[in-house]
Design a protein around this ligand. Structure first.
Ligand SMILES: Nc1ncnc2c1ncn2[C@@H]1O[C@H](COP(=O)(O)OP(=O)(O)O)[C@@H](O)[C@H]1O
Ligand SMILES: [Mg+2]
Length: 219
């Protein structure tokens, strides 16, 4: 189970983590793109964090909708549209709920990933953020089906995203700006797969921290 407060904490933590890795993300994009991914994504998530801090106690649908609309307007470039669509599709599935059980959370994340595919038409192996999302969510699905606790399942999901991020290095880009480089895109890690890993790591860390706090509460 995950509450709206924990989702809000996730988005704040994501903004911090992406901001910390802004230079690294931009360096990756300098190699196979136009050197703006870190700046784009950090600006976008910092704007999301500010917006949601100004509007506390929203339903999950409204929280995700705010995130999606903010990313679309604050981020230039492909990734603003794609991550924006992720959160708008997540919002439609979350609706007016204030908490999600584990299966609902999986459904929300998968709907978001499907939104990225609808918008960007990337297939697995095209060297995009989809190469991180799809294996990571498959791991989450398997771990939850095996009745692992959400904290363990999300830790495994983030670990798969990290491996998948590194596995984009030998791929040739077939979508987005990096595809213009053709074979010269081989040998570089995809920036979007890297920001996706950071997003999933921040989700895992936030849910683990929230679980530790809950256990400490008197019964
Ligand atoms: N069609 C697409 N589908 C999925 N992801 C994509 C697509 N095109 C680009 N991306 C992702 O977006 C990242 C680049 O984001 P960014 O640098 O912010 O945008 P831009 O390429 O417009 O400068 C890539 O590393 C890749 O992961
Ligand atoms: Mg770019």
């Amino acid at each position: 189970m995950i509450s709206a407060a924990t989702v809000a904490a996730w988005l704040h933590h994501a903004a911090t983590l992406l901001d910390e890795h802004k230079a690294c993300l931009t360096d990756l994009d300098a190699a196979i793109g136009d050197a703006d991914h870190g700046v784009n994504i950090a600006r976008g998530f910092n704007a999301v964090a500010q917006k949601i801090a100004a509007q506390p106690d929203q339903s999950l649908g409204l929280l995700f909708k705010t995130a999606g609309m903010t990313l679309m307007s604050a981020v230039g470039g492909a990734s603003g549209m794609l991550y924006g669509n992720f959160f708008l599709k997540a919002a439609a599935v979350a609706g007016d709920r204030n908490r999600l059980d584990d299966a609902d959370l999986l459904a929300v994340l998968e709907a978001g990933r499907d939104g990225i595919v609808q918008r960007g038409r990337a297939e697995l192996g095209d060297k995009t953020m989809i190469d991180a999302w799809t294996p990571a969510l498959a791991t989450l699905r398997e771990a939850l089906a095996a009745e692992q606790p959400l904290t363990t399942a999300l830790t495994r999901c983030a670990a798969t995203a990290q491996q998948a991020m590194a596995a984009t290095i030998p791929l040739q880009a077939r979508k987005g700006r990096a595809s213009y480089l053709g074979e010269r895109s081989v040998g570089h890690q995809d920036p979007g797969a890297t920001s996706t890993y950071l997003l999933l790591r921040s989700l895992s860390e936030t849910v683990t921290n929230a679980a530790l706090l809950t256990q400490e509460q008197p019964t």
